[in-house]
Design a binder for this molecule. Structure first.
Ligand code: 57R
Ligand code: CO
Length: 425
């Protein structure tokens, strides 16, 4: 048998597998036949109606259930929105050295951007379903479940490797942050409510922290517009070597350029002075740097390689929040003191917290889901011993309305990547 270099592929040489799904045949048939029979087309065989190409691409279901590693089998997840650095960091865009650093980053499992991108794609797909499904009349517990089931399915929850990044924030009206329903919560979403949906997704501790605001009547549309614009200003003006106090000034300027007319009364939109964006570190939602929303003299600079949650909060009230209501949000302190625990139940609870959450934030429902019950005494003991931090809901004055929009950005060596950007916000 003389080995010849094959000239052109003869039909029966298609690898057996492909033939099976008839996809190829379709092609072949399509391609071959008509042309072959001379351009004149005499005796032209009637063109068989091409049945629609069976889309091989797996589509996400509704509600979302398919793990994203199934939808992105090559493990490469979509890059976010790219924004170039300005001024004396604009050289980075085409810097060979910085491009090299990024290639190295992508090869390093600790630094690769693929983890945050996978978390961000989960975030986009879950919020897409949430935005079209959340409606007045639904219980807050129901809304929390639909979001958390989506996140757990799509991120293919696997202990501390991948899962929910922090408690689903569903703060309403004058409450701006850190409210999530506890078991037994009976609150129902109302027609006139302004709902902040703050969702966290993590892959190997890289947390995608992004939030949006929903309202079901036009009264506060302008408030949402103001806060969305302020967050986009923060995202646009963020960059390597940018000082946090200055960035806060740009955010404040945009926010205060808006006003809202409510029942004929014109109200200024105020940035909430004691809330902030923040750096995000592996398994740590607050990495230590805060991006406040009112101009200040914080000279701290943003640095290459940092992850920032750029979030702004606007209010028609005092523009200041206080801790109010029942606590749902908790997190073990990163630098928790190693104090001897007298309460054995507290020792056991801490063991469960370390196993299930480590330093990732959690809420009471997640503790119950991990099998804990009658834990409140032990939990309050861990809080009083300074081992666990409690995060009560943060609210402006009753009657005021607050809104939030948030994106996670990555300060890559060559450019800024808004990893959580979507076609919705
Ligand atoms: O992002 C326990 C969580 N965060 C979830 C998120 O800003 C966070 O207080 C923390 O679950 C814990 C704030 N800034 C002062 C430091 C000036 C709040 C508001 C936004 C939020 C929810 C946040 C804040 N602090 N940490 C992240
Ligand atoms: Co945040």
């Amino acid at each position: 048998m003389i080995a010849t270099v094959p000239t052109e592929k003869k039909p029966d040489e298609v690898p057996p597998a492909a033939a099976a799904d008839g996809e190829e045949d379709e092609e072949m048939e399509e391609e071959g036949a008509p042309e072959a029979q001379g351009a004149g087309g005499e005796g032209k065989k009637k063109k068989k109606k091409k049945k629609p190409k069976k889309k091989s691409k797996l589509e996400q279901t509704e509600p979302p259930t398919i793990g994203l590693t199934k939808l992105f089998p090559d493990g490469n997840f979509p890059e976010g929105e790219l924004q170039e650095y300005k001024d004396d960091n604009s050289y980075r865009t085409n810097s060979e050295e910085k491009r090299y650093d990024e290639r190295m980053a992508m090869e390093d499992p600790e630094v690769t951007y693929n983890n945050i991108r996978r978390a961000a794609e989960v975030h986009r797909q879950v919020r897409k379903y949430a935005r079209k499904t959340i409606r007045p009349g639904m219980r807050m517990l129901e809304i929390a479940d639909l979001i958390e089931n989506g996140v757990r399915n799509l991120v293919e929850e696997n202990g501390l490797e991948s899962g929910i990044g922090f408690p689903t924030g569903l703060s309403l009206n004058h409450c701006a942050a850190h409210y999530s329903p506890n078991s037994g919560d009976t609150i129902v979403l109302g027609e006139k409510d302004v709902l902040k949906v703050d969702i966290g997704v993590h892959v190997k501790g890289r947390i995608c922290d992004s939030a949006f605001t929903l309202t079901f009547d036009p009264t506060y549309e302008k408030l949402l517009e103001a806060v969305k614009a302020a967050t986009d200003t923060g995202v646009r003006e963020a960059g390597i070597d940018v000082r946090l106090g200055e960035l806060a000034g740009y955010i404040q300027e945009t926010m205060e350029s808006y006003e809202v007319e409510v029942n004929g009364k014109v109200l200024p939109v105020k940035p909430i002075e004691n809330l902030s964006g923040h750096t995000i570190a592996p398994y740590q939602i607050h990495g230590g740097k805060s991006v406040l929303l009112v101009k200040n003299d914080d000279p701290t600079k943003m640095e290459e390689g940092e992850y920032f949650a750029i979030e702004t909060f606007g209010s028609t009230g005092r523009g200041k929040v206080i801790e109010q209501g029942e606590v749902s949000h908790y997190a073990r302190k990163v630098d928790a003191p190693h104090v001897p625990l007298r309460l054995t139940s507290a020792k056991a609870l801490l063991k469960s917290i370390n196993k299930n959450f480590g330093t990732l934030p959690w809420c009471r429902r997640y503790l119950e889901r991990a099998g804990e019950s009658k834990y409140l005494l032990a939990l309050n003991h861990l809080v009083s011993q300074g081992i666990v931090q409690d995060y009560p809901p943060l609210c402006d004055v009753r009657g005021s309305m607050t809104a939030q929009f948030e994106h996670t950005i990555l300060l890559r060596p060559t450019r800024k990547e808004v990893v959580s950007r979507g076609d919705d916000y």
